[in-house]
Write a protein that binds this ligand. Structure first.
Ligand code: HEC
Length: 205
């Protein structure tokens, strides 16, 4: 082989190796990470990357009693793990291994250039609603914030604390004890799948 040919062969080969290496790296990084609920004993580990999950909707100052006070309103942002979201898009209901996060943020209305309306500020609370066959009853509620801020993990709420959560979610949640009637992109999916309960009465807290 002439020296120049040798050189061309080498660089072509090198180029191919690089292409294969890149393709392999991409295949690995494209793998879907396991986003199922993680438990440490009976404690749910707070998912730290829920902000990379699917955003279902935000409520502002949603209140469930007629005589609620007129204090500062909070935003409630709801996120779900991507694998559960994909399953919901197919079946209109939540699979085993669903984590729904309710992130509660304070609101402000005057700051920077803003003169009206409301925008979100710091996290003031976080709750989770988890469907997992390892939980008694299949579903459980968790409070992921304590007096000192967010916690690393939490036990399911004890029945005495959870009963009002369960009662309202069971009675008023449109799909499988969750408030899909407030998650606009999922309403039609559930209606088409026939899983949407229309008579979920207006909730009261
Ligand atoms: C009176 C009714 C009511 C009660 C009681 C209630 N919730 Fe909810 N919850 C709602 C509504 C309505 C939503 C819809 C989203 C929103 O508020 O922004 C919701 C949404 C949620 C979500 C998001 C996922 C889902 O299931 O739709 C979580 C997590 C949650 N609540 C946790 C709790 C916990 C924990 C408790 C008890 C400490 C509780 N809730 C008590 C009405 C209620």
């Amino acid at each position: 082989m002439l020296a120049v040919e040798k050189h061309m062969f080498k660089s072509l080969f090198g180029g191919l190796v690089l292409v294969f290496a890149l393709a392999a790296a991409q295949a690995t990084s494209g793998q879907v990470a396991d986003d199922r609920p993680q438990f440490d004993g009976s404690k749910l580990v707070r998912p730290v990357n829920y902000r990379e999950w699917v955003f279902l909707g935000a409520g502002l100052g949603m209140t469930y009693s007629e005589n609620a006070g007129s204090g500062p309103q909070s935003f409630t942002n709801v996120f779900v793990n991507p694998s559960a979201h994909r399953a919901f898009l197919k079946n209109g209901t939540w699979p085993d291994g669903t984590t729904l996060i309710l992130e509660i943020r304070a609101s402000a209305s005057e700051g920077s250039i803003n003169k009206g309306g409301h925008y979100q500020t710091k996290v003031v609370g976080m709750e989770a609603h988890v469907k997992d066959a390892r939980l008694p009853g299949g579903w459980a509620f968790f409070n992921l914030a304590g007096p000192g801020g967010l916690v690393a993990g939490a036990e399911p709420l004890a029945p005495a604390q959870a009963s009002r959560c369960v009662e309202c979610h069971q009675e008023h949640g449109a799909v499988d004890t969750t408030f899909v009637q407030f998650y606009p992109t999922l309403i039609d999916v559930a209606r088409r799948a026939g899983t949407f309960t229309d008579d979920a009465a207006p909730a009261r807290r």
